[in-house]
Design a protein around this ligand. Structure first.
Ligand code: TXA
Ligand code: MG
Length: 344
């Protein structure tokens, strides 16, 4: 299969992409968070192709992408007022809400669950493609399962060239980490995955929020969890990643003391001069956390190299999108965190 590269601004792109979706094919779509691997979310056979292309476990549900808030009533029922309040505050944007699914949503899309994640992405071309295709687009992050997510069209081609019908190139993703997922089907709203919207922002609208334990700790692969995706290994380059926490100086002392040839350092731009001779890679500025979220997955992809032995990574502190960056890095590191004050 020859994978078409469709520039977002080209006048035929929306029509071409919508036709592929209507015909049951796969199109990678840009969003403000990461690129998604999209198909008609109401067509079981189309959805099956997503699982196959990604090598994704069948029980890991997909998010349905809608172009307008009003569409969720077609696919969800018992929608609480909180969902409308969140949509009002954050849609279109990096927020996915888990709601009870109507029966017209195939169980292949929901991974067998009776709930479905819905999101309205903040990306004009993608909302136009959804409108033109006349169906909600089911789309997981476009990476091969387990690998760092895709934040450019080039990342998508690296993983899927020749295996999907098209990629819509909307440039690098602005946010760079996936959407925040909040489950509104329980007694209390529950954060299943931190993302572009920080927990404080959710709390300000909801007045209550439980943080699911899958956010803060490694989950056993056989465990019963609310967000099935959280139990699978994620975002990990082939090398071992360890986070080195603590002050700039203490971290640099620790890393220099343990660094071996073949290791790499993933750090903030401000820290590059501290790691001369250690082949450091910056993923953004600590002072501008949105540059860290935007740069994280590109950097993890660059470090996905069998020649690299160990990656020492520096991680931002704080809330907002920094909380999501911490979550992705901790997952990439399988929660291996060294505190130089304690572990020296
Ligand atoms: O930003 C995003 O959300 C991107 C873009 C493409 O929109 N999509 C994305 O999809 O990250 P994916 O499939 O890579 O991650 C979706 C996560 C998975 O961990 C999945 O288990 C969880 O959402 N999820 C989906 N539907 C769910 C449901 N009904 N209940 C609980 N978790 C759900
Ligand atoms: Mg994903």
């Amino acid at each position: 299969m020859n994978t078409l590269l469709l520039p977002a601004a080209h006048p035929d792109t929306v029509k071409t992409a919508a036709e592929i979706i209507q015909n049951g094919g796969l199109v990678a779509i840009p969003t403000e968070t990461v690129y998604g691997l999209g198909a008609n979310g109401l067509d079981e056979n189309a959805v099956a192709k997503i699982f196959e292309a990604k090598g994704r476990p069948q029980d890991n549900p997909l998010i349905l992408h809608v172009s307008e808030l009003a569409q969720i009533q077609k696919f969800c029922h018992h929608i609480p007022m909180a969902a409308y309040a969140l949509a009002q505050a954050f849609w279109p944007g990096p927020l996915t809400m888990v709601l009870p699914a109507r029966l017209n949503v195939p169980r292949r899309t929901t991974g067998g669950l009776s709930t479905v994640g819905v999101r309205c992405p903040d990306c004009d071309v993608t909302r136009e493609i959804i409108r033109a295709s006349g169906v909600p687009i089911a789309a997981p992050s476009a990476n091969i399962s387990g690998k760092p997510s895709t934040t450019t069209a080039a990342h998508v081609l690296h993983d899927h060239d020749g295996r999907i019908a098209a990629v819509v190139d909307g440039g690098p993703c602005r946010v760079g980490v996936e959407s925040t997922i909040v489950d509104l089907t329980g007694e209390r709203p529950r954060l299943l995955r931190p993302g572009g919207i920080g927990p404080e922002e959710l709390l300000a609208v909801l007045g209550d929020l439980v943080i699911d334990r899958a956010v803060t700790a490694q989950i056993d692969k056989d465990a019963v969890v609310r967000a099935p995706g959280m139990k699978y290994q994620h975002y990990a380059p082939q090398s071992e990643v360890v986070i080195v926490s603590g002050s700039r100086e203490k971290a640099a002392q620790y890393i220099h003391a343990h660094f071996q040839p073949g290791d790499r350092v993933l750090c903030f731009e401000e820290e590059l001069p501290l790691y001369e001779g250690c082949d450091p890679l910056s993923y953004g500025q600590e002072a501008h956390v949105e540059t860290l979220s935007a740069g994280l997955f590109s950097a993890l992809r660059e470090l996905d190299d069998p020649a690299i032995h160990k990656v020492y990574a520096r991680c931002p502190v704080g809330g907002g999108v920094a909380y999501a960056v911490q979550n992705r890095l901790k997952k990439a590191a399988a929660f291996r965190i060294i505190d130089p004050e304690v572990d020296a």
